[in-house]
Design a protein around this ligand. Structure first.
Ligand code: NAD
Length: 257
């Protein structure tokens, strides 16, 4: 069976992935493309996106690089309208751009707080609102997947702004699912545990990381491909009656004491 056939096929659909220049966003873009979607690759730096575009086109996929700063409403509007002009109506948004800051709560400055919350929560909101407005105007519905975190469900040490931003994103997911259902727009969140990427590579390799790994019931950190099943489910029509939910992919970490 071809990767583009079957219940999780995205053939003929256009998707936008934010934060596609590295880590989970880059992986998600490759996954959606392999499932048949045309993909808008959005991030602040164009260079890695152009390289990813080449990689996707080498496999006969279709992708375009798009400059995007999710904290800037004008950049968000430009990005979504260019994606739509180039790829057609966007029916999938992987709202993935995010940053983390690890510091004891007493040391977090207002600037640190703003950077994390403006990117992870306000930025996700700005992109979701813009994409959903296009979906509603064109009347074709769609699926929004917000990249939250288990740290939006349970607390972690020394990441207060991150925990607040991801908790807020999960609450926003529910609010938007309830409100945009009338436009046939589904809004769900994915809550990964620790998946090795640039955002956490140094920490996971440290002694503290090793102690953490031993407390994960499945005894390992996640890999980007561990999210594939949940991502394809939420993005595809197989999830046509799933909205307002959070799928946790964390090796059972967050259910243990
Ligand atoms: P990463 O640092 O590799 O990727 C983050 C991406 O977001 C990059 O492409 C970066 O350029 C982009 N980005 C940051 N600020 C941006 C802005 N203002 N505008 C546009 N793009 C911006 O990290 P990652 O691990 O791939 O993280 C991706 C998402 O997954 C984040 O939202 C993160 O919080 C979430 N997440 C990661 C893990 C993990 O363990 N890796 C776990 C749970 C959730």
């Amino acid at each position: 069976m071809s990767a583009t056939a079957g219940p999780f096929s995205l053939e003929g659909k256009a998707a936008l992935v934010t934060g596609a220049s590295s880590g989970l966003g880059r992986h998600a873009a490759l996954l959606l493309s392999a499932a048949g979607a045309k993909v808008g690759l959005a991030a602040r730096r164009l260079e890695p996106l152009v390289e990813l575009e080449r990689q996707i086109e080498a496999k006969d996929g279709r992708a375009i690089p798009l400059r995007l700063d999710v904290t800037d409403p004008a950049s968000v509007a430009d990005c979504v309208s260019t994606a739509e002009t180039e790829l057609g109506p966007i029916s999938i948004l992987i709202n993935n751009a995010g940053v983390a800051e690890t510091k004891p709560a007493f040391e977090v400055s207002e600037e640190d707080w703003d950077r994390v919350v403006d990117t992870n929560l306000k930025g996700a909101w700005l992109v979701a609102q813009e994409v959903a407005q296009h979906m509603a105007n064109l009347g074709h519905g769609g699926s929004i997947v917000n990249m939250a975190s288990v740290l939006g469900l349970v607390a972690g040490q020394q990441v207060p702004a991150y925990v607040a931003s991801k908790g807020g994103l999960i609450a926003l997911t529910k609010a938007l699912a309830a409100e945009w259902a009338r436009h046939d727009i589904r809004v769900n969140a994915l809550a990964p545990g620790y998946i090795e990427t640039d955002i956490n590579r140094d920490f996971l390799a440290s002694e503290a990381g090793e102690r953490l790994r031993k407390r994960i019931p499945l005894r390992r950190f996640g890999r980007p491909e561990d999210l594939d099943g949940a991502l394809l489910l939420l993005a595809s029509d197989s999830a046509r009656y799933i909205s307002g939910t959070v799928i946790v992919v964390d090796g059972a970490q967050s259910v243990t004491l």
